[in-house]
Design a protein. Structure first.
Length: 461
């Protein structure tokens, strides 16, 4: 229902609350030191406002909680799986639906079956787990986002688009036989939560069809992407989000999905394909590591919650509130003077730490410096998306190369925070902005081979 009022209110009321444990600056200083300045290591009880991720951190609805009571925990062929499967088939249109415990499990199975050590997988921009699962197979993860997507200041409405000319050149360079699939991430998480246009999706599909290369979606935020298409792309204003999703997915041959995002659930994911042979191979691998193909590592109650959540996320009143919440934060931070990835994306605000902290070199991790400072000053947990997460280390020489952008992501959990929480974040960041020139960089003193941002340890420089 549209309103004549400017204020976009939360289309829900709160029926259950969780207390926040308050901390002071001195306590947080010690907590940071004890956890080696890695926000992933900080206990949740010591976080005031947790904007680390929107993955599985949202609040479920009363309908989802009620649905969980219907969970059929049969090991094989449960009623809950039948509901899960039919819901996904009806929304996404793919033939085979394979449940997994979360999105990265779907990625691991997909790339284990389709890739080898000579494979190249193009994407607009791979997210961290997608890239890691591809590289774990010895394959190359290739990012082909348009140039506007690398410019934080560009106001281009679909900065998540894939560069069609770069895709053509990549296929010609590597050879179609070495490209088992192409992916499009909607919305483009690593690029600032920016959407992909329907026009671009069609163009990608047209190119791939010439070479008989299948197209897969990373569909974690499919509904947000569809809502952006409705708002920004000609010819879609009068279509429902569900109709737009149907068209988006009609160009694909399958998808991976973390149901912890637009599935509105706290756990779960799935892998879809239209290929009978691939589906059987994927189910065989699923049994080995996740579980039987009708539960895939999930309880029946989780399957029920996801089934309800996938329907609720298509509610355009919810999506309007979701986008407005993110835009509100973005506009206020811009007003303070923070350089952010423009325009604000669907699920998060991305602060350009390179522009904010030009005195900190990329390999002293300005994003990590800003994240640590936000926690120290206000107990706000965020995540660095820059050279900690995506920097490359030459294994033969040990030389490190920085990422293209140095960002800090403030991801907003779904249906979780009130406006006063967001106003508190804005207030803390306003105070920090006045002290930004005093921030110093960090160095890594311990790290794993893959996904180092999760467990790396830092020291202040």
């Amino acid at each position: 229902m549209k309103s004549n009022f400017r204020t976009v209110i939360e289309p829900f009321v709160i029926k259950s609350v969780e207390p926040i444990q308050m901390t002071n600056r001195n306590e947080r200083k010690q907590i940071l030191k004890e956890n080696h300045y890695n926000l992933f290591k900080v206990p949740a009880k010591d976080v005031l406002i947790d904007l680390l991720t929107d993955s599985g951190t949202g609040a479920m609805s009363s309908a989802q909680w009620a649905g969980m009571m219907l969970g059929d925990e049969s090991y094989a062929g449960s009623n809950s799986f039948q509901k899960f499967e039919s819901t996904i088939q009806e929304i996404f249109g793919f033939k085979h639906v394979i449940p997994t415990h979360q999105g990265r499990a779907a990625e691991r199975i997909l790339f284990s079956v389709m890739c080898n050590n000579q494979s190249v997988v193009p994407n607009n921009t791979h997210f961290d787990t997608t890239r890691a699962n591809i590289e774990f197979q010895g394959s190359e993860a290739l990012d082909l986002v348009i140039d506007e997507g690398k410019d934080p200041n560009s106001l281009f409405p679909f900065k998540g688009n894939m560069d069609i000319q770069k895709l053509e050149r990549a296929i010609q360079k590597h050879g179609k036989e070495y490209i088992p699939l192409c992916m499009i991430t909607v919305t483009n998480n690593s690029g600032g939560g920016q959407p992909v246009s329907m026009e671009n999706i069609r163009a990608v599909k047209t190119v791939l069809k010439q070479y008989d290369i299948p197209l897969y979606f990373d569909a974690a935020r499919f509904a947000e992407n569809a809502f952006f298409i409705k708002m920004r792309e000609d010819g879609y204003a009068h279509k429902t989000v569900k109709e737009i999703v149907h068209e988006m997915m009609s160009y694909g041959d399958g998808c991976t999905m973390s149901a912890k995002k637009d599935g509105m659930a706290n756990i779960g994911g799935f892998l879809c394909t239209n290929d009978d042979q691939l589906a059987q191979m994927e189910k065989d691998l699923l049994i080995l590591t996740e579980g039987f193909p009708t539960y895939g590592g999930l309880a029946g109650r989780d399957l029920e919650a996801i089934s309800v959540g996938l329907q609720e996320v298509l509610d355009e009143n919810y999506l309007a509130y979701r986008i407005a919440e993110t835009q509100y934060l973005g506009e206020h931070l811009t007003g303070i003077g923070y350089p952010i990835v423009q325009p604000p994306g669907g699920h998060a605000i991305y602060v350009d730490a390179k522009a904010l902290l030009p005195h900190i070199p990329p390999l002293q991790y300005p994003g990590q410096a800003l994240s640590a400072a936000l926690y120290l000053e206000g107990g706000i947990r965020t995540v660095e998306i820059g050279s900690v997460m995506f920097g490359k280390v030459d294994e033969s020489t040990g030389e490190e190369y920085p990422a293209n952008m140095e960002l800090v992501r403030l991801a907003l959990p779904r249906r979780t925070h009130t406006q006063s929480h967001i106003d508190y974040v804005i207030e803390v960041m306003k105070e920090l902005f006045n002290e930004k020139d005093k921030l110093t960089g960090y160095k890594i003193v311990k790290q794993p081979k893959y996904l180092r941002h999760f467990t790396a340890e830092f020291e202040s420089i």
